[in-house]
Design a protein. Structure first.
Length: 581
């Protein structure tokens, strides 16, 4: 702990200052001396393989020191800073450059809006208030580049910041754990990625006027690297603008209210309980297209019975879309126990690629450990890919065949059963994964609430599910192929966001999953619904079988969520409707 740390108010937030250092031997001591007494509970310096005595000096000053044995870059240094600060229990994390470019005396101003409860992230602006960066020695090329880049980024984001490239920043722990900063660049564009994602995911970002000084020791980059940084920053901002809209208003992560999902139609009322809000009657939107008995193979992941479904209804109160299955819940579970899906591994390379992508997304977030639980594991292919990346994997799967096959072929830990059979132990997993499972559950809200008790309070819930708001679903309407009998529920951005809130989670990421499959696999899946087209494409695939990207259709969405504090007010305000409504 820094010698000037507070004497320990139990209710005071823990403030940790992080110093991303490289060749800071000449300025470090002055930087530490100017940090106001009693401000920091701990100061952490991360030395990025400096060739000078930065690390030794830092230890002599009583700092906690982490040394990279190889240079990881400016962004890579910050990743270590923030992970170490979060692991130390920080409530507020400050980034202060040890090159003395930013005045340490400004740190109290920086964290004041956070302490007041008015900000999740703050940064120092060299252009606001009485700031005079040119008078402080800022090179002309950096001044011009900053003005142009900040103006363009403000235009794209719909913000009004005066300086979007400041290196003096502070964050709440909640803000940092809401952002996948581990997946950002190891270079200088890291700062832009973090700020843009904070803005477009609804974090409260406040800038604070600060003085600036530039000296011979101040860190700087060449004109060529500055240009690359500008291009990368603008490209990332533009990409997020396209994906999320200005200030992220198109992103489901920003949804906080209980607005209804997109209304699909207005048919007759039917007796069926809404799994989201509890209303007892729903509206028929798509009459059943399937008749007769329900064979077990319709419950296989690779079923060819596309566009064959029971009555599909929508709640006029919250917009939740579900089917009215002809089977009772016990019969549905029995079908999953009996199912055999020999075709599933025909697309093994494509599935491995998708699973690697999902694990990469998970790696972007901080989690307290490596315990991973998968619900609905099929043959355990995802678990094997996770184990190869160092996860302590465990899965639960109802299919007897899949459990035996996965244990034999992949050697993963698979338990036979459904989520209802899961023994609820608090803090049993750091990451819980459900891939294409939620839509199959009789009561998805109860399942999510059950998982809320399993996952570590600082853990992560990751799921993928069908997306009614995708391009394909909107275009095909009632002919959307993913209206099938094994799908009991269909989620829009708003209904899934509301369900996660009601279950005690806060949404932190929403993306379209980048799926791709061999042409032969896609043709085989479509052949049952479109025999002539499927047969023709299969003949073509016999000679030429390329990987076909299908993620852009938007059929499957990827979601990451964090457990929400019970007292945070983030649970959905949806309450069960009166029985007679």
């Amino acid at each position: 702990m820094h010698p000037s740390a507070p004497d320990g108010d139990a209710d005071a937030p823990r403030v940790v200052i992080t110093l991303p250092a490289y060749r800071a031997e000449g300025t470090l001591e002055q930087t530490i001396a100017d940090i106001p007494t009693g401000l920091a509970d701990e100061i952490i310096l991360v030395d990025d393989a400096s060739p000078d005595g930065t690390a030794q000096l830092a230890r002599g000053l009583g700092l906690r020191v982490i040394v990279h044995h190889e240079n990881r870059g400016y962004g890579g240094n910050q990743k270590t800073c923030y992970r170490e600060a979060l692991e130390s229990g920080a409530d507020i994390v400050v980034m202060l450059h040890p090159d003395y470019q930013y005045d340490p005396k400004a740190v109290p101003l920086l964290i004041a809006p956070i302490l007041a409860g008015d900000a999740d992230m703050t940064f120092g602006s060299r252009f606001a208030g009485l700031g005079d960066p040119r008078g402080g020695g800022m090179p002309r090329y950096r001044f011009v580049g900053n003005r142009i880049t900040t103006s363009l980024e403000n235009l794209l984001l719909g913000s009004r910041f005066t300086d979007m490239h400041s290196g003096l920043r502070a964050y709440t722990a909640r803000c940092l754990t809401s952002l996948p900063f581990g997946s950002y660049s190891d270079g200088f564009v890291f700062d832009t990625q973090l700020l843009v994602d904070a803005v477009t995911t609804g974090q409260r970002v406040v800038e604070v006027p600060i003085p600036t000084r530039y000296t011979a020791e101040s860190s700087s980059i060449s004109i060529a690297r500055s240009l690359r940084y500008v291009v990368s920053s603008l490209a990332y901002t533009a990409r997020r603008w396209v994906e999320r809209g200005r200030r992220g208003r198109r992103s489901p992560v920003r949804l906080r209210g209980t607005e209804t999902g997109r209304i699909l139609g207005a048919g007759p009322a039917m007796e069926h309980r809404c799994v989201l809000c509890g209303r007892s009657t729903m509206t028929l939107v798509f009459p059943a297209t399937a008749q007769g008995s329900v064979p077990v193979d319709e419950f296989a992941c690779t079923t060819g019975a596309l566009s064959e479904h029971d009555d599909i209804v929508q709640c006029p109160r919250c917009g939740m879309v579900s089917s009215i299955p002809t089977l009772d819940p016990e019969e549905i579970v029995d079908r999953y126990v009996e199912v055999v899906d020999e075709v599933y591994l025909d697309a093994e390379p494509a599935r491995r690629e998708l699973f690697a992508w999902i694990l990469g997304q998970i790696a972007g977030f901080t989690v307290p450990g490596r315990r991973l639980l998968e619900i609905g594991s099929n043959v355990g292919l995802f678990l094997q890919v996770a184990a190869e990346r160092g996860w302590e994997e465990h899965g639960i799967e109802p299919s007897t065949w899949a459990v035996n096959e996965g244990t034999r072929r992949f050697g993963v830990r698979l338990q036979q059963g459904s989520i209802e059979d899961l023994e609820v132990k608090r803090d049993a997993a750091d990451v819980v994964v459900m891939l294409d499972v939620l839509e199959h559950l009789n009561d998805p809200l109860s399942a999510l609430k059950r998982l809320r008790g399993v996952i570590n309070e600082e853990g992560l819930l990751v799921l993928s599910t069908v997306n009614l708001d995708g391009l394909h679903a909107r275009y095909r309407g009632r002919q959307w192929p993913w209206f099938i009998r094994s799908h009991l529920h269909y989620f829009s951005e708003r209904t899934l966001s509301a369900m996660l809130r009601a279950a005690g989670f806060r949404l932190v990421e929403w993306k379209i999953a980048p799926r791709s499959f061999p042409l032969s696999y896609i043709a085989g899946r479509a052949a049952a619904a479109y025999p002539r087209l499927g047969a023709a494409v299969l003949r073509l695939a016999g000679r030429f079988d390329p990987e076909i990207p299908v993620g852009w259709l938007g059929d499957i969405t990827f979601v990451a969520a964090r457990p929400a504090a019970v007292s945070s007010g983030e649970h959905s305000s949806l309450e069960p409707a009166p029985a007679g409504e």
